[in-house]
Design a protein around this ligand. Structure first.
Ligand code: ZEM
Length: 291
């Protein structure tokens, strides 16, 4: 049990929870980043609802959304951290885990501030259907991310998170990693997106994605194919997205800076702070604090 407010102690325990030799590619990092993103990505700027405040995924209405399939694994991995630091809210823990994971996997420092509160019941959980659908294209990405308050450059920078992790057949139905080293944060996703010959492929479950297999690999050395989602590939055929894909493919530092900024912005959606950084809107959290 740490002192309330000792976020460095929490960070340390999150780092310890990242190492998972038997899970996926050996790290819980990617699924932590996805948990942080899905907790925040329900935000709707117009109605000022959704977002990471509240930790609504603890409830069936949000946690059971098919869009969130698999994230119960990430939440379970973080449970021992919550047990050791019971004063931290789930909404702070899940967002902090995403920021810590990015850094720990070789990515940039992502600014993170505490103070989120947890819903006391499920009455404020945002409706389903606010997260993006990977089967769609550029118009859909704009519809979803403009709603949160992001622009085209930010949409492309955020998409670079797909340098991490993989699709799972039993979660989203998509299958495979985007890059060869999916637990190392880099701009490889953009380089591969631009430079490889992505072939449309329909999986046995009917899901359509794009695959790449090295044609020169010997039959017995064939590696798992790499994949791209239809939404990833849509970045290539859009006049406003494509220039950013090219910039990030060429300039890793620029991508790291922009990703750090936009991921920090994502984690702050719907949270208002005073000039000391304290959260002032607990109004979307009926009943105030629960910890
Ligand atoms: Zn993802 N994402 N995402 N994403 N995502 C998956 C996996 C991961 C989309 C999407 O549908 C999917 C962002 C944006 C978008 C991560 C981070 C971020 C998967 C595979 C899908 C289908 C899930 C599975 O089967 O386990 C779409 C359509 C997006 C719109 C642009 C943003 C923004 C992210 C963070 C900033 C990460 C890290 C993963 C890998 C998770 C894992 O478990 O390996």
């Amino acid at each position: 049990m740490s002192q309330p407010g000792d976020y460095d102690a929490v960070r340390k325990d999150i780092v310890a929870q990242l190492k998972k030799p038997d899970y996926d590619d050996g790290s819980a990092g990617p699924v932590f980043v996805r948990l942080a993103w899905h907790s925040a990505g329900t935000y709707d700027a117009k109605s000022d609802t959704g977002g990471s405040n509240g930790a609504g995924m603890r409830y069936e209405a949000e946690g059971g959304d098919p869009a969130n399939a698999g994230l119960q694994v990430a939440r379970a991995f973080l449970e021992p951290v919550k047990e050791r630091h019971p004063w931290i809210t789930y909404s702070d823990l899940w967002t902090l885990a995403g920021a810590v994971a990015v850094k720990e996997m070789g990515g940039p420092d992502v600014k993170w501030l505490p103070g989120r509160t947890d819903f006391v019941d499920d009455s404020k959980v945002p409706p389903r259907g606010r997260l993006p659908d990977a089967a769609q294209g550029a118009d859909h990405l704009r519809h979803i991310f403009y709603r949160m308050g992001f622009n085209d450059q930010e949409i492309v920078a955020l998409s670079g998170a797909h340098n991490l992790g993989r699709g799972h057949k039993d979660r989203s139905g998509f299958d495979g990693p985007w890059v060869n080293n999916p637990t190392r944060f880099s701009n490889q996703y953009f380089r591969l997106l631009l430079n490889l010959d992505w072939k449309p492929r329909t999986l046995s479950n009917g899901v359509k994605q794009f695959n790449y297999s090295d044609p020169d690999a010997a039959e017995d050395e064939k590696e798992e194919p790499l994949m791209m989602l239809p939404t990833d590939v849509s970045l290539l055929s859009d006049n406003s997205f494509l220039p950013w894909v090219k910039k990030y493919a060429e300039d890793k530092e620029l991508f790291f800076q922009h990703f750090a900024d936009v991921f920090a912005k994502l984690l702050e959606l719907g949270i208002r702070r005073d000039d000391k950084g304290s959260v002032v809107n607990t109004d979307n959290v009926r009943g105030g604090y629960v910890s």
